[in-house]
Write a protein that binds this ligand. Structure first.
Ligand code: SF4
Ligand code: SF4
Length: 254
């Protein structure tokens, strides 16, 4: 093949057009081209003198700009309100758990990160409104990709995601969060489960947000069965404030 030929034969018997390497114009994709040939020629003597240190210009200019480094962990940058962080298992205002152990969140999870075992409530141990509650609940944060599909699947809004993002740990076992880790803390006025549902209500009343605080009967039940329960005093004070039935949802996740 002579130098003035403008095509090159291909293994399939065809021909492709030859491209001559052009300095500084796409020559980088020419295999076998020496690296020195890929650099643009300096336009004049000054540029030739400055060229070896020109790359430091960006470094030098940056040295005199204000520092914008986030001072984490001393100062935490705020996240967006709908940021997907650590999960939380919520409670009803009287302290019963919202999780009914249905496992829908586990089935929805694409990473197989959730493990749930449901169990039946009983008159002696009522943890949530209705027949069932989540006896075992685990989320494996080594698997979770924080997609949020689990909270979309939850029929009772028991499972939501907080803004907490500090989940790093040195132990694999510590990154499997149990029900105790995930349950929302008992707020002022809540009565720790287990205890009976509010008298005369159904699980539907709970889901509609019509139960707003514990009743004196629930407080009395806990006083009989767990006289040392630390939530008794604040729940008793809340129970004396009036009717438990609001007739409308109050507040969000508890
Ligand atoms: S956020 Fe996504 S990956 Fe994590 S537990 Fe929920 S469904 Fe699974
Ligand atoms: S968190 Fe929601 S979806 Fe998951 S088991 Fe409990 S009630 Fe069912």
């Amino acid at each position: 093949m002579s130098d003035d030929e403008t095509t090159t034969p291909t293994p399939e018997g065809g021909e492709v057009e030859r491209r001559e390497p052009v300095r500084g114009q796409g020559a980088l994709d020419i295999p076998g081209t020496p690296a020195a040939d890929l650099l643009p020629e300096p336009a004049n003597a000054v540029e030739a003198l400055v060229a070896p240190v020109a790359g430091f210009g960006v470094t030098m200019a940056t040295l005199f700009r204000p520092v914008v480094t986030e001072q984490y962990p001393r100062e935490k940058a705020p996240v967006e309100p709908r940021f997907h962080g650590r999960h939380q298992l919520n409670r009803h205002p009287d302290g019963l758990e919202k999780c009914i152990g249905c496992e829908l969140c586990a089935w929805a999870c694409p990473a197989d990160a959730i493990y749930v075992e449901g169990a039946s409530n009983s008159p002696e141990a009522q943890y949530s409104p209705g027949e069932r509650y989540g006896r075992v609940y685990q989320i494996n944060y080594l698997r979770c990709i924080f997609c949020g599909l689990c909270i979309e699947a939850c029929p009772t809004r028991a499972l939501t995601m907080t803004n907490e993002f500090e989940l790093a740990d040195r132990s694999r076992a510590d990154l499997i969060f149990t029900k105790e880790d995930l349950l929302a803390p008992l707020r002022e006025g809540m009565l720790a489960a287990p205890h009976p549902m509010v008298e005369g209500t159904t699980d539907g009343d709970y889901y509609r947000g019509e139960v707003t605080r514990p009743t004196p009967e629930q407080v009395e039940w806990v006083r009989r069965h767990r006289p040392d329960d630390p939530t008794l005093d604040s729940a008793a004070a809340a129970a004396e404030r009036g009717s438990v039935r609001a007739g409308a949802a109050q507040g969000g996740e508890q």
